[in-house]
Design a protein around this ligand. Structure first.
Ligand SMILES: NC(=O)c1ccc[n+]([C@@H]2O[C@H](COP(=O)([O-])OP(=O)(O)OC[C@H]3O[C@@H](n4cnc5c(N)ncnc54)[C@H](O)[C@@H]3O)[C@@H](O)[C@H]2O)c1
Length: 283
């Protein structure tokens, strides 16, 4: 099993910064790479802000906060990931972009390192086969917000070695998570079951069955869910949600996975949810 002490994160979006916080809090040295230096710095600012709130609530001391931040290095150079034992990519949910990134990482990261993807739905094997180390590629799928959510799905493509999966499971546990092992099928466990529900909530809104707020209220009060489907879609990001549905539909051809038009139009309009200040709700 690979010894993991230094972790690379590629991507500085919602999940990139969440992963950086989780890994640094668990004691790993973390290198975050964004395409721009500003994007990379923003990750450190965001983690610093989140941890400051923890200090204010007396859940962490100021010294502990500083120690976590000191373990995070940010960069716009992929080459700075060379010494990482594990690199987790968390860039846009687009297979071509991810495959290109894996091919680049293959050239840069030391041969014994594990390469992982945080994809929500895409076939991990498609990323594994662009590398010279398909046995050392797997999915490590965290949930949003990564610091709060206990689940990690460890995805085993048919190319992965058992040691890679063992290392990924151990890493997730060291991050304080409860990992489950899943085969490489679109949506894995959670999103394959969750997204028909979210998609059908938008369909229900289109049909005029109830208002958006009433659908949210109904699912919270009736199922004890912490938030309703529209609030959850806004949290995930509507662009990411659409990509997830498209990948699920591509694999299973189940009509429940066929994204309803409203979702596609909202993405076209740039109403992506919390991250743009406007989605189904306004922030
Ligand atoms: N949002 C969620 O709830 C959630 C949960 C679990 C996993 N994921 C997965 O995590 C990954 C990232 O999602 P996110 O929610 O952080 O998205 P995001 O939109 O917040 O961030 C996307 C990141 O990708 C970068 N990016 C965009 N285009 C790129 C390109 N062409 N080349 C390289 N980088 C590019 C952006 O600069 C940004 O850093 C996706 O694979 C997504 O499916 C998302």
């Amino acid at each position: 099993m690979a010894e993991i002490s230094k972790v690379g994160i590629v991507g500085s979006g919602i999940m990139g910064s969440g992963l950086a916080e989780v890994a640094a809090r668990a004691g790993f040295e973390v290198v975050v790479r964004s395409r721009t230096q500003e994007g990379a710095e923003a990750v450190k600012d965001k983690v610093g802000g989140t941890l400051a709130r923890q200090v204010a609530k007396e859940r962490m001391t100021a010294e502990e906060r500083q120690a976590v931040l000191d373990r995070i290095t940010v960069t716009d150079h992929l080459g700075r990931l060379a010494e990482c034992d594990l690199v987790i990519e968390s860039v846009v949910e687009d297979l071509d972009v991810k495959r290109e990134l894996f091919a680049e990482l293959e050239q840069i990261v030391k041969p014994e390192a594990i390469l992982a993807t945080n994809t929500s739905t895409l076939p991990v094997v498609e990323m594994a086969i662009v590398t010279q180390r398909p046995d050392q590629v797997c999915g490590i799928h965290f949930f949003n917000p990564a610091p709060a959510m206990k689940l990690v799905e460890v995805i085993k493509p048919i190319t992965a070695g058992d040691d890679t999966i063992k290392s990924a499971m151990a890493f997730a546990m060291q991050c304080g998570k409860d990992p489950v092992q899943v085969e490489d099928r679109a949506g894995f466990v959670v999103n394959a079951l969750l997204f028909p529900y979210l998609n059908n909530a938008v369909r229900m809104l289109e049909m005029g069955t109830a208002s958006m707020d009433d659908i949210d209220t109904a699912m919270m009060g009736g199922c004890n869910f912490p938030m309703g489907p529209f609030a959850l879609l806004d949290l995930v990001g509507l662009d990411t949600s659409l990509s997830i549905l498209d990948a699920l539909y591509e694999e299973f051809r189940d009509p429940n996975y066929a994204a309803v038009p409203t979702l596609r139009r909202m993405v076209a309009a740039g109403h992506l949810g919390r991250k743009t200040g406007r989605g189904f709700h306004t922030y």
